[in-house]
Ligand binder design. Structure first.
Ligand SMILES: Nc1ncnc2c1ncn2[C@@H]1O[C@H](COP(=O)(O)OP(=O)(O)OP(=O)(O)O)[C@@H](O)[C@H]1O
Ligand SMILES: [Mg+2]
Length: 449
């Protein structure tokens, strides 16, 4: 445990520092408030013990600054009898306890040992919480055959450390899948760290991912630990990987290959044990063809490709999803909440925003139902009838599978030629500029189908 001692009485400071070091604590000290806060900024401490009266900055301001920089820092105030009231005020500001002068070193040691125990319990709790989450059942609704198969695949690939690339339209459940893979892996009790490449500006991405050393660039006032280090022993989920800047792709490739990297502005090689799961809404292969994504990186990421089908291709999931979201938002015990008519509307809709859109609609229906009006009315008010019509147009121009489409077109043109040729096959073949045998075999196939 790292302790910062701020005390301007030199003898007290030096003797207490030595005593605490003998007890096994890592201690730094200063007799000046400003210097203390600077030390803290460079590399935060677990515990700060500060005198109330200090040159530079008083103990209360030290407390405020430290808490602002790192809220879980434990601060102990040292006070003279005359300023106990101020120390009590400090408790309200988040100080852990105060020591009234004169105090024995044993009192400080006992206090620090308690804090150490408390911190380890908090840490243990956080770990247990992760484990409980890991043990809890899956929240993924997957009743349709495609999704069942999808879940099966996830189950098989999760325990291995292979990189996974999840492809799917917006709102299909990519992040949810990534969390599920982590939950079912041996890394479940370690961190799952999500990062979105589309949100972080390119100029910051490198130091966010790999961290930086103090002084690496103008604003690097202290060392920064990046996502890769924070995800150590766990899973790093890189969302919107297609937005990953080409300038950084080599560095990412190297980390994937060597599990090692150097912080920005640093020289030391840092080893990490991180599993990468990434997601994309677009076809990454096309980015490779357009030379916007390195081919070697693509193959390194795409070891296990997972495609989540859009909701419109697995509408059987809609009723289960509705029930799931009704439960999630507190309407679980009400089977009549969604009427048949409403359900029909929901089933017909094309869901361009996929499961997230459905989730939002269910939330909206619940919220609006509180007003007591009829649900269909609410549904219409929610603007869905309009959208629904537009959406039907989408369905009508929605193409069938390629083979089916081509076969249909073939039938159409052959029928036209046969009519024109008064059902003479040789004549029709001439019109179509096809060998007679080819037309004949096509006719046989059409008849069969
Ligand atoms: N099969 C499912 N079962 C239950 N809930 C789901 C399912 N799929 C998605 N969801 C829910 O839908 C919402 C959107 O899912 P998620 O954030 O994982 O999608 P996404 O593909 O990452 O979306 P985007 O592309 O917009 O980032 C979440 O609230 C998630 O819990
Ligand atoms: Mg997402």
């Amino acid at each position: 445990m790292r302790v910062l001692l701020l005390e301007d009485e030199k003898i007290t400071r030096i003797s207490l520092t030595n005593t605490l070091r003998q007890e096994g604590f890592t201690v730094e000290s200063s007799g000046d408030g400003i210097e203390g806060v600077n030390l803290f900024s460079v590399d935060p401490f677990d515990v700060v013990i500060t005198d109330l009266r200090l040159p530079g900055m008083n103990g209360i301001d030290v407390l405020r600054q430290v808490k602002q920089k790192k809220p879980d820092t434990t601060v102990i105030i040292i006070t003279a009898y005359a300023t106990v009231e101020t120390a009590v005020e400090a408790l309200k500001l988040g100080a852990y306890d105060y020591l009234t002068k004169p105090f024995s070193p044993d009192r400080v040691i006992a206090l620090l040992q308690n804090i150490k125990r408390m911190k380890s319990i908090i840490e243990e709790n956080a770990k247990l919480k992760l484990q409980v989450e890991a043990l809890a059942g899956s929240n993924i609704i997957a009743g349709s055959p495609t999704m069942k198969k999808f879940l099966e695949t996830i189950k098989v690939v999760s325990p291995y450390d292979y990189t996974v690339l999840i492809e799917g339209e917006s709102g299909t459940g990519k992040e949810m899948t990534a969390r599920e893979i982590h939950r079912m892996s041996n890394r479940a009790s370690n961190p799952f760290i999500p990062i979105n490449c589309a949100v972080i500006p390119e100029s910051l991405l490198e130091s966010e991912l790999f961290g930086h050393e103090k002084g690496a660039f103008t604003n690097a006032v202290k060392r920064h630990i990046g996502y890769f280090e924070r995800a150590n022993k766990g899973t790093l989920f890189i969302d919107d990987i297609d937005d990953f800047p080409i300038s950084l792709q080599v560095k990412l490739l190297r980390v994937l290959q060597e599990q090692e990297f150097v912080r920005v502005g640093g020289t030391e090689s840092i080893s990490v044990d991180v599993r990468i799961v990434c997601a994309t809404k677009v076809d990454l292969k096309e980015k490779v063809i357009a030379k916007l994504f390195r081919e070697d990186l693509y193959y390194r990421l795409n070891i296990i490709p997972l495609k989540i089908p859009p909701l419109r291709n697995r509408k059987e999931d809609i009723p289960d999803l509705i029930n799931h979201f009704l439960k999630k938002y507190g309407e679980g015990d009400n089977p009549d909440f969604v009427s048949k008519e409403l359900l029909n509307q929901l089933m017909e809709y094309n869901w361009p925003g996929n499961v997230r859109e459905l989730e939002n609609i269910v939330k909206r229906i619940i919220a609006m139902s509180a007003t007591g009006a009829g649900l269909e009315l609410l549904f219409n008010e929610a603007g869905y009838s309009v959208k629904h019509e537009e959406n039907n147009k989408v369905i009508s121009t929605d193409y069938p599978p390629f083979e089916e489409f081509i076969l249909d077109k073939e039938k159409e043109i052959i029928k036209w030629a046969l009519t024109k040729a008064e059902n003479n096959i040789s004549q029709a073949a001439k019109i179509l500029k096809l060998p007679r045998t080819t037309l004949k075999s096509k006719l046989d196939r059409i008849e069969l189908s």
